[in-house]
Design a protein around this ligand. Structure first.
Ligand code: SF4
Length: 349
């Protein structure tokens, strides 16, 4: 957690629409109960998917969450997008607390927050043509008449590099990269403010990944978008994001400007992720070994620092006391880490 809690605006003011962060996430928590089969099955455990996550995303920036598979980043995205209800915490979008928004206004908010999913094939309706898929949010949100909807569909199809002559084809008639272009076109068609991209590259061939990444960067400028980019791939995150949060077992363990994170990572988990990147590790002195061992189960996170069973720097203190996410010393403004020994000058036991 930061040194002080986020400054939560209790009252909505019109200025808040254009001032302040576009998205503010405060202490968001989402756990899932596991039950025995049957209507009244006993609770057998709790998956602590997301715990006490706070951050802000500013207009026009790309903010990324990075972490290994199962760290809770996709649950976080779906809780922010109101696909899952939060157990605790608040999400503010453009100055409005989502919990206070009426059902009618929530529809308008959903138009302004669009998602791009990991699996473009699974997220596209196989019985709809590419044109119908791209136009669907325009129809749902009653944006323009049929002529205007067709015009916007062609416009965004061209913007994402699709051949408009192919728009009457079905998803299975496109390649994986083209399907992701359709998914991106659908996301930007209703002119959203925030695009949540949940592992948008991981189902694509390596050769296609950089094309999609470059496309997203170009569209950000053209469509005036803010991105919340979720990925396990630190190299991709480095290419697109201005700020990065590193997630481990449902919690943010480090957050900083991308440049600061790569130059001066303070959490051993972040250091290990960076050291494992081939283009950084190759030919240069590695700062730490790649994370050893498996991620512990979110059903039973370790006591103390959740990273301690895998941490090469773990001390006795780490096994009993969980470090808070706090400002790190002698670092750039906004650099936070959850490690008892994030200060390089603090002697270890
Ligand atoms: Fe490693 Fe201890 Fe820091 Fe956790 S608190 S990351 S175990 S040094």
């Amino acid at each position: 957690m930061p040194d002080s809690p986020p400054d939560i605006p209790r009252e909505y003011t019109p200025q808040a629409e254009t001032e302040g962060p576009l998205l503010r996430v405060c202490n968001l928590t989402k756990h899932f109960e596991l039950r025995e089969p049957g209507l009244f099955g006993r609770v057998t455990g709790t998956v602590q998917a997301v715990t006490d996550v706070s951050f802000e995303i500013h207009r026009g920036e790309t903010f990324a969450i990075v972490g290994e598979s199962g760290c809770g980043k996709s649950t976080l995205a779906k809780t922010i997008a109101t696909i899952y209800p939060a157990d605790f915490g608040e999400v503010w979008f453009s100055g409005n607390r989502l919990a206070d928004i009426s059902t009618g206004d929530l529809k308008s908010t959903r138009r302004r927050v669009q998602m791009i999913f990991q699996d473009p094939f699974g997220s596209l309706n196989p019985r709809m043509t590419a044109a119908e898929i791209i136009a669907e949010p325009l129809v749902i949100h009653a944006m323009g008449d049929k002529v205007e909807q067709r015009q916007r569909t062609r416009e965004v199809a061209e913007a994402v590099g699709l051949d408009t002559g192919d728009l009457n084809r079905y998803p299975h008639q496109f390649s994986g990269g083209q399907r992701q272009r359709i998914a991106i076109a659908r996301a930007i068609a209703p002119k959203p403010k925030l695009v949540i991209a949940d592992e948008p590259l991981s189902a694509l061939d390596v050769s296609i990944q950089s094309q999609i990444l470059n496309l997203m960067v170009a569209l950000q400028h053209r469509e005036n978008l803010t991105y919340f980019f979720i990925s396990h791939d630190l190299a991709a995150v480095r290419h697109v994001a201005g700020r990065v949060a590193v997630m481990y077992l449902g919690r943010i363990v480090e957050m900083a400007d991308t440049e600061a994170l790569f130059a001066d990572a303070r959490h051993p988990y972040t250091q290990a992720l960076i050291a494992a990147l081939p283009e950084i590790g190759h030919g240069k002195k590695r700062r730490a070994a790649a994370p050893a061992g498996d991620v512990p189960s979110p059903l039973a996170p370790p006591p103390g620092c959740p990273f301690h069973p895998r941490c090469p720097k773990a001390q006795d203190l780490c096994r009993v006391e969980r470090p808070e996410l706090a400002t790190v010393k002698k670092a750039r403004k906004g650099h936070l880490a959850a490690c008892h020994f994030s200060d390089p000058e603090k002697p270890q036991e």
